[in-house]
Design a protein. Structure first.
Length: 172
């Protein structure tokens, strides 16, 4: 399993869950986060110096991409036959101030890729859409996650604590 943005909060959570499932893990992040990646059980990939599409010659079974650099194209290329690209965001597009139409085209492309030969699959995941379509599943997953937190099986890292009056500044 490859996780892009693995040093971020969502990436760390995906690695923690992958580790609990006993999966082989890789994570893309800046080189300075290599120690953190190893602590989370992943082989670090410095995305500024390494080409993640060449790290695993046979390709990855699953790629989690919340970055959408190159519109998910390279993540799809890094999959093995039968692999799954789980796209769940497009922070690169937001940071580059791309238009919403461009990002919607990325999602449309994800849906079209399922018709390509090679057996690779791509899906866009939205927690809000999942919660609306399958509220029972959402509740079950949330209960499971809270259970993992309660037992200490997963331990989110707190990078910094801020006062309530500085939330807007921190968000910016």
């Amino acid at each position: 399993m490859l996780v892009h943005g693995a040093a971020g909060a969502v990436g760390q959570a995906l690695l923690a869950l992958g580790r609990l499932a006993g999966l082989a893990l890789w994570g893309t992040a800046r080189g300075m986060h290599g120690t953190l990646m190893r602590e989370l059980g992943a082989i670090p990939i410095d995305y500024q110096r390494e080409d993640f599409t060449r790290v695993l010659p046979g390709g990855f079974d699953v790629v989690f991409d919340g970055i959408a650099e190159d519109g998910y194209r390279r993540s799809f290329a890094a999959l093995k036959r039968g692999g799954l690209l789980c796209a769940y965001g497009y922070s690169a597009g937001v940071q580059a101030q791309r238009r919403m139409l461009t990002m919607l085209m990325w999602i449309a492309r994800l849906n079209l890729w399922r018709w390509l030969p090679g057996g690779k699959r791509a899906r866009f995941y939205s927690i809000n859409a999942m919660r609306a379509r399958h509220p029972g599943w959402f509740r079950e997953d949330l209960q499971r996650l809270f259970g993992l937190l309660a037992t200490g099986a997963v331990r989110p890292r707190v990078a910094e604590r801020i006062s309530f009056d500085k939330i807007a500044e921190a968000h910016r």
